[in-house]
Design a protein around this ligand. Structure first.
Ligand code: C2G
Length: 129
């Protein structure tokens, strides 16, 4: 069984997120998604997240593409998870191209084309003008 993992905040869940998860799932048989905690996001400079972690997890789950959801709360967790869950492929959007090449020591790394013209930032600006 081929296991895939991806990570994200998934704030104000949108079509770009849905398409990312759909294509990540299509890379293998079993998709694990790491949803970030507010604390972890703040530590990496993402301070304007709107949805709670429970809402973000629920939205990821409702896509129907995801076999298992875990929580990402610290730096260095990706390597730990890849080893712990026996991951074959780490997938992430192309806005991160190059950033996660270091994971190639542990599994395949795939950058999936980011969906253009949609983002949590755009929705946030429209909603909270
Ligand atoms: N995404 C996409 N198209 C968009 C917006 C987002 O394909 N228009 C993808 C991102 O590339 C990412 C996933 O959706 O793979 C989740 O995006 P975010 O919620 O913004 O999370 P992010 O900050 O990219 O999480 O450990 C956390 C991850 O390293 C990064």
């Amino acid at each position: 069984m081929k296991k895939i993992i991806t990570y994200g905040t998934f704030d104000l869940f949108h079509e770009g997120h849905r398409r990312l998860l759909e294509r990540a799932k299509a890379l293998g048989d079993y998709l694990i998604v790491g949803v970030t905690t507010q604390h972890f996001d703040e530590s990496r400079g993402k301070v304007n997240v709107v949805d709670s972690i429970m809402e973000r997890i629920e939205n990821v789950k409702n896509t129907g593409f995801v076999d298992e959801i875990i929580v990402e709360d610290h730096d260095g967790q990706k390597i730990e998870d890849i080893q712990k869950y026996g991951i074959d492929t780490f997938a992430i959007g192309s806005d991160w191209k190059g950033t996660f090449d270091y994971l190639e020591d542990f599994c395949n790394v795939v950058y999936l084309e980011r969906t253009p013209y949609i983002s949590s930032t755009i929705i946030r600006k429209k909603t909270f003008k």
